[in-house]
Design a protein around this ligand. Sequence first.
Ligand SMILES: [Zn+2]
Length: 60
Amino acid sequence: MLDNTKKPHCSFCDSTDVSIYSPFGTAQLVRQYYCNKCRTVFEYVRWQTEAPNCEVKSSK
Ligand SMILES: [Zn+2]
């Protein structure tokens, strides 16, 4: 399930043409992404916390 509104965007050029650089950043909710447009590594904070232990899927 992909949601473009939640897709991380570059904090420098505001581009969404990014690829994940490192799944772990300086903080637990921070991931490092690489912007393909301005070629800059930036950190994106995942505000929506997903608890892996209590993941509820309603899909049948
Ligand atoms: Zn950029």
